[in-house]
Design a protein around this ligand. Sequence first.
Ligand SMILES: *[C@@H]1O[C@H](CO)[C@@H](O)[C@H](O)[C@H]1NC(C)=O
Ligand SMILES: *[C@@H]1O[C@H](CO)[C@@H](O)[C@H](O)[C@H]1NC(C)=O
Ligand SMILES: *[C@@H]1O[C@H](CO)[C@@H](O)[C@H](O)[C@H]1NC(C)=O
Ligand SMILES: *[C@@H]1O[C@H](CO)[C@@H](O)[C@H](O)[C@H]1NC(C)=O
Ligand SMILES: *[C@@H]1O[C@H](CO)[C@@H](O)[C@H](O)[C@H]1NC(C)=O
Length: 367
Amino acid sequence: MCPTLLSLLSLGFCVSLRIWAAVGKYEKLSLSAWPSPVVPLGQTVTLQCHSHSPLKRFRLFKTDGKRRLSELQGHHFNNFTLGPVTGEHAGSYTCSEAYWSAPSDPLEIVVSGVFQKPSISAHPGPLVQQGQNVTLRCHSLVMFDKFILHHENSTGHFQRRGEMLTGGYAPADFSIGPMTLASAGTYRCYGSLRRSPYEWSAPSDPVDIMITGLSKKPSLSAQRGPMVRSGENVTLVCSSESAFDQFHLLREGVNLGRHLAGGQSPRRALQAEFPLGPGTPAHSGVYRCYGSFTCSPYSWSNSSDPLFLSVTGSTTSTCPSIMDPHTTEEARLPQGHSRQLHLLLRLSVAFIYTSIFLAVLVCTGYP
Ligand SMILES: *[C@@H]1O[C@H](CO)[C@@H](O)[C@H](O)[C@H]1NC(C)=O
Ligand SMILES: *[C@@H]1O[C@H](CO)[C@@H](O)[C@H](O)[C@H]1NC(C)=O
Ligand SMILES: *[C@@H]1O[C@H](CO)[C@@H](O)[C@H](O)[C@H]1NC(C)=O
Ligand SMILES: *[C@@H]1O[C@H](CO)[C@@H](O)[C@H](O)[C@H]1NC(C)=O
Ligand SMILES: *[C@@H]1O[C@H](CO)[C@@H](O)[C@H](O)[C@H]1NC(C)=O
């Protein structure tokens, strides 16, 4: 009897311990920021305290990482809206059910746009073959202590990818790679100062890093061949047997834009036409095209073979070249005319003077 009671008691103890543990787990709070913990100056952010019971009221505290500095007032259930934010709102926050209960993990709220944006560039370029590396360089004319690199992928996931201390006006070089689909996306950098780590600059302009080489190359051709006379319409056609729904055209590595895949060629390949308008010598150069799928915008195919386009013969050119002999002759003509006229005028003046002199001589010589 005694052992049964003991085991029943211990069973009950175990069960209540489990329940206690489960409740404890549920009551572990977490704090999140919507739409993002990086908030542009003057905008608002909603901090949400997550727990098992959504209709409970919570308290929100600003902390310095260890101690609670202040409590924020005026909230609605588990949501706290901050803003329009100023530099004062930047910092670390926790929420808890009561002042003495366990707080959530701290959440850092960064206020961006406090300083001028830095610049970002990709080296050697924004198109990166699978497995290769790319360097993203953040640079600014403002003297920052730190650059922070952010990455946003095609599913809109926003993530801090790295940070680097800099000295003086030195740029920060972030190496990304070996390239996979997960590292492709839009990158931006921010600058910050040591004395206020949660106040950042405005974001740099975005740079889109594409991974290439996950699908087969398309083919690129010029509708009337690669040798075009100046003034003739130039249309380049990018086509592929893969079912790409977008094609991208680049000249000397510069993106000229994208076109949706249109009609089908006789060989049932999907294709897009890029009309470049009447050809000029400036259209000459090396062209390449890539295919991609709308559902995976940061993944481009392998590069097409290069197309060397040459626009020649300026028959309809309206800008005459300096070396054109025709033009130089015409330009000299009016000047030649005036010189002859000048000579004629001088001769006739000389003739009149001589005649008068002779007449006077004759009249006075014969009294
Ligand atoms: C809290 O804010 C989120 C995001 O704005 C919203 O979806 C949710 O309905 C809010 N909850 C309450 C209880 O107000
Ligand atoms: C890419 O960078 C890694 C280190 O991050 C290095 O080990 C590797 O050799 C680099 N690959 C190329 C192709 O440069
Ligand atoms: C975007 O990033 C998130 C988080 O890292 C990841 O779960 C998701 O699969 C990524 N999406 C793509 C398309 O890479
Ligand atoms: C892309 O090109 C590389 C280098 O030319 C080649 O090794 C790879 O197999 C190609 N990928 C596809 C999918 O065709
Ligand atoms: C070039 O194309 C435009 C419109 O596509 C057309 O109006 C024009 O006549 C064409 N010019 C030549 C020289 O074919």
